[in-house]
Design a protein around this ligand. Structure first.
Ligand code: SF4
Length: 387
């Protein structure tokens, strides 16, 4: 599953390409670290991430066992320097081995380690057979970065067998013990040109890395090795992204008009400018102020929201014997709260019972007090909450 260089060369890989498409700063810093221009990212002690890694290895082992049943024993490429692994992979392909595990592929500045190469009886310029990349993924459904990965492996295979692989497959998780994976095949020509374009962009980016990047939170952060470094930067810069519920668009607009820190936003009073609705600006300033007060005093800050008929606690359903009570008592509850605010809880449960019959009561003993405001604004109406 890994495709990090193991020979000290700062080559490009599918993982790096996924990072680049998610957040260019992440890719830039990773390349700088590989080139010895910055310290490597501090490993974060995250038991949940460690669990996901362990489950990933178990899933890969289950996939290997399943493929061995179908194809017989595989050739496993031993770890070692990249070019030795690549040589062993090409040798196995040359012999027409049906299943190659931990295959190493490289061409030019690129490398990749495919979990599996499977022989298919489809001739290529070099042999009367050819190979397709298969990768084990714990996820239940394919993601764009998975497709990017197998498409890049398919292109790397092209440099060995004389043409790119026609198809690639993902062995996705199912959560079932009996059938722990399901195979989804993808015709790689459908994404090939997009993937190659992205690859050329990454090559140009890697050849001339930008400096002084100030990244903003994005969907890639949860997978990024630099998250601790970014948190520290954002805190030091008092970055607007630290204000709960602020969007990138709002951050950009505020920066354009000179409001570039959370403290500046907290001190806005009665100011208006185009691009952010006045009541939104008031809410953001209130949120920033609450967070700032909490940080300064170390105590939760509270502003009572004026009662508006039909909003807030007016939306509480009547007490019901089927009420559910959730009690999260830690700062880490923030993510759970935001998930519930985003409606995921209500949506999932509403398939079996009417969402209006559910009541979610959250007790966040040490959550940032400002969260209350973010919740009030975005909580789907059938649920209720209390701090
Ligand atoms: S933590 Fe997020 S913002 Fe920071 S480098 Fe990684 S992906 Fe980019």
């Amino acid at each position: 599953m890994s495709d990090n260089p193991d020979d000290g060369l700062a080559r490009l890989s599918p993982t790096l390409a996924a990072a680049f498409l998610g957040c260019s700063a992440s890719a830039a810093w990773t390349l700088e670290a590989r080139r010895g221009l910055r310290e490597a990212a501090e490993p974060v002690d995250d038991p949940q991430a460690a669990l996901v890694v362990r489950k990933g290895h178990e899933h890969e082992a289950a996939c290997l066992a399943g493929l061995r049943k179908l194809y017989g024993d595989s050739v496993e490429i031993p770890s070692g320097p990249l070019m030795a692994r690549f040589g062993a992979t090409v040798d196995a392909m040359d012999r027409g081995v049906p299943l190659i595990y931990q295959a190493a592929l490289t061409a030019g500045v690129w490398l990749g380690y495919a979990d599996f190469l499977l022989r298919v009886e489809d001739a290529c310029p070099r042999w009367a057979w050819s190979y397709e990349p298969w990768d084990a993924k714990l996820a239940r459904s394919a993601r764009p970065e998975h497709l990017l990965q197998i498409a890049l492996y398919g292109d790397l295979l092209g440099t060995v067998q004389g043409r790119a692989a026609n198809q690639g497959s993902l062995m996705l998780g199912t959560g079932e013990l009996e059938t722990p994976y399901k195979v989804e095949a993808f015709p790689l020509h459908e994404v090939r040109y997009y993937v190659r374009r992205a690859a050329r962009r990454l090559e140009a980016f890697a050849a001339d890395l930008p400096t002084g990047l100030m990244p903003e939170p994005c969907g890639y952060c949860s997978k990024c090795d630099w998250s601790a470094a970014c948190e520290a930067r954002w805190e030091e810069a008092d970055h607007l992204c630290r204000v709960a519920d602020i969007t990138k668009k709002q951050t950009r607009r505020l920066t354009e008009v000179g409001v570039s820190t959370a403290s500046m936003l907290a001190n806005l009073n009665g100011v208006r400018f185009a691009g952010i609705a006045p009541n939104t600006l008031v809410r953001l300033a209130q949120q920033a102020r609450l967070q700032k007060q909490s940080a300064e005093t170390g105590l939760g800050s509270l502003e009572i929201i004026p009662h508006q008929p039909g909003l807030g606690f007016d939306k509480l359903p009547l007490a019901d014997a089927g009420d559910l009570f959730f009690d999260f008592e830690a700062t880490r509850c923030t993510r759970a709260v935001s998930n519930i605010c985003a409606g995921s809880f209500g949506k999932r449960r509403s398939t079996t019972k009417k969402a209006s019959q559910f009541r979610v009561i959250l007790t966040c003993a040490s959550a940032p007090s400002g969260l209350m405001i973010a919740c009030r604004r975005s909580m789907p109406s059938p649920n209720s909450w209390r701090f």
